[in-house]
Design a protein around this ligand. Structure first.
Ligand code: ZN
Length: 203
């Protein structure tokens, strides 16, 4: 399986990092070794002094698809959950300055903790899914799928022109404003609505 992540999909987050709003989705990938599941801890890596949290809604792909039309995109994912797109912001800043790819800052081991998933039948409206991240019991990031620049269906259609999507692939759909550093012993808890789906520590 693979993980495809979308950058700059919320206006307020693009603004906070002084990035222009994208005209089409920006994407990058993480390998399966990025995944952390079942509440296992994230180990702070030695190569960075500035690991940032990015809470994101995550789509789980349910069937093989290429060049999917936007109007059929809803047939290709059946679960939604939460993940953290951990980012070595110091390394990413160097990459951006030099125009280099971001993988060194995004694709490292453990950089994609994911929580439990909910079946899409549990949601009335894909365009009003509220979620938030608490760190040490304080809400640090909040967002809603209503604020997405590119909708889930648009993302699936766009990505599948370039990369065939397969059952079990994950799409991280971008982070709202409020990104910032984590430190050892931080307790991260992610919620969709009032449902806690993600719960782990930084070690
Ligand atoms: Zn992200």
């Amino acid at each position: 399986m693979k993980i495809i992540c979308i950058g700059r999909n919320y206006r307020d987050h693009a603004k906070e990092l002084n990035n222009p709003l994208p005209e089409k989705p920006v994407f990058f990938m993480k390998p399966d070794s990025s995944i952390i599941k079942n509440g296992k801890p994230f180990f702070y890596p030695d190569f960075s002094n500035e690991i940032h949290h990015e809470i994101e809604l995550v789509l789980k792909i349910s069937r093989l698809g290429k060049a999917i039309e936007e109007k059929f995109a809803y047939r290709y994912y059946n679960e939604i959950g939460l993940g953290i797109d951990f980012t070595a912001r110091d390394l990413q800043a160097e990459c951006k300055k030099k125009g280099l790819p971001w993988e060194v800052a995004k694709a490292f081991e453990g950089s994609a903790p994911i929580g439990n998933f909910l079946s899409i039948e549990q949601f009335e409206d894909m365009r009003s899914i509220d979620f938030h991240l608490d760190i040490n019991n304080k809400t640090i990031q909040e967002g809603s799928s209503a604020e997405l620049i590119f909708s889930f269906d648009h993302l699936i259609s766009y990505l599948s022109q370039f990369v065939p999507l397969k059952e079990g692939d994950l799409i991280f759909t971008g982070t709202p404003a409020g990104v910032g550093p984590v430190k050892r012993n931080d307790h991260l808890q992610g919620y969709i609505g009032q449902k806690k789906l993600l719960d782990f520590y930084v070690k």
